[in-house]
Write a protein that binds this ligand. Structure first.
Ligand code: SIN
Ligand code: FE2
Length: 218
């Protein structure tokens, strides 16, 4: 058994870091000092670029509601996945990335050993109970040398942390409000996903989980 598996299943205390690979870290509670700045920005962003349930190439819709901010936004339809400068729904540029978002993303990347992270895209995923994200790789980004920084807010979730092949059995990594996962380098193309969200009521965010995923896409 891999030694890292010994820790699977335990939620990290705030301030605890756990290696998920040679270039991947779970930073327990790292986003907590930013939360009160992030929440009003999230409400504002949703009025500019509403949440939507995107169609995916195989047919069907994502169970997660998504929107984006930053120079580039991630979008999907029956033709495929891509980054765009304009929100296809509004025809307007995606809302600018709020300063607090950028500051948190850069600080988390640095904490995980990635200096100079300059995200130009932030995907905002909104999970209601039952919503899930199937196993996938983040590979639509132009710059695969830069890491992914993924921030969890609200209800707890079980992150599936797989290998470089789809068939690799994923580890189950519990994620709590304020946790940040950073992956890059050799771990950049790991398969990952989110198990169906359990029903619950988060004291600050209510019956939902919000995930912010920062990328250097362009
Ligand atoms: C994603 O892979 O885009 C989302 C991951 C998460 O919600 O934690
Ligand atoms: Fe992803």
């Amino acid at each position: 058994m891999h030694t890292l598996d010994l820790f699977a299943g335990a939620t990290p205390a705030a301030g605890e870091r756990r290696a998920l690979g040679s270039h991947a870290w779970l930073l327990g509670g790292f986003a907590l000092p930013w939360v009160e700045q992030l929440l009003p920005e999230l409400l504002r962003l949703r009025t500019l670029a509403p949440l939507r349930q995107l169609s995916v190439p195989g047919g069907g819709k994502m169970s997660v509601g998504t929107t984006s901010c930053g120079l580039l936004g991630w979008t999907s339809d029956s033709a495929g996945y891509r980054y765009t400068r304009l929100d296809p729904q509004t025809g307007q540029p995606w809302p600018a990335m709020p300063a607090a978002f950028l500051e948190l993303a850069v600080a988390a990347a640095r904490e995980a050993g990635f200096e100079g992270f300059a995200p130009d895209a932030c995907l905002i995923n909104h999970y209601r109970p039952g919503a899930r994200m199937g196993l996938h790789q983040d590979r639509d980004e132009h710059n695969l040398a830069a890491p992914i920084v993924s921030v969890s807010l609200g209800l707890p979730a079980v992150f599936q942390w797989g290998g470089l092949r789809r068939a690799d059995t994923p580890q189950k990594v519990p994620l709590a409000h304020g946790d940040v996962v950073v992956w890059g380098g050799e771990d950049r193309l790991r398969f990952h996903g989110v198990m169906p969200l359990k029903a619950g009521e988060h004291p600050r965010l209510g019956p939902r989980r919000i995930n912010l995923t920062f990328r250097q896409a362009g």
